[in-house]
Write a new protein. Structure first.
Length: 122
C-alpha cells in the first residue's frame, strides 16, 4: 500500500448489530426517519467508541440475490461514511421495496439525505 493511501475503513464483526434484542431496543427506544428507499432507526451511544450497523431486508423487496445485493449496498454506504457521524450510534437500516434495482449512487444518496435530515453528520 502506498504511503499516501488513506487509512482502511473496515466494517468488521464488531461494527455490526446481530442480536435480536438490539434490533428491538432500537425500534422501541430509538429515533426513526423515513426517506426514499430506506428507513433509519438509531440510538446515540454516549460512551461507545465506534458506531454499529444493522441491516433489515424483507422478502417483500425481491428474491435472495437482490436482497443480498441490497444488504451489500447499505453496508458499503455506512462503511464509507461511518467516520462522518457526529457521535457514535447504533443504526438499523430497513430497506423498502423501492430499493430493488437501484444503483449504488442512488442508495448512497438516500442514506446521506436521511442522515443529514436527522442531523447525524458532522
Amino acid at each position: 500500500m502506498p504511503a499516501d493511501a488513506p487509512a482502511r475503513r473496515g466494517l468488521g464483526r464488531g461494527s455490526r448489530i446481530k442480536q435480536g434484542r438490539d434490533f428491538m431496543r432500537l425500534r422501541t427506544a430509538g429515533q426513526r426517519r423515513v426517506h426514499g428507499c430506506l428507513i433509519a432507526n438509531w440510538l446515540h451511544l454516549p460512551g461507545a467508541e465506534r458506531s454499529r450497523l444493522g441491516v433489515v431486508v424483507s422478502k417483500k423487496v425481491s428474491g435472495s440475490v437482490v436482497r443480498s445485493r441490497v444488504k451489500r449496498l447499505l453496508r458499503e454506504s455506512f462503511r464509507l461514511h461511518q467516520y462522518e457521524l457526529a457521535q457514535p450510534l447504533d443504526l438499523v437500516l430497513v430497506a423498502r421495496p423501492s430499493i430493488a434495482g437501484r444503483k449504488f449512487a442512488e442508495v448512497e444518496g438516500d442514506f446521506l439525505s436521511t442522515l443529514r435530515s436527522a442531523k447525524l453528520l458532522k
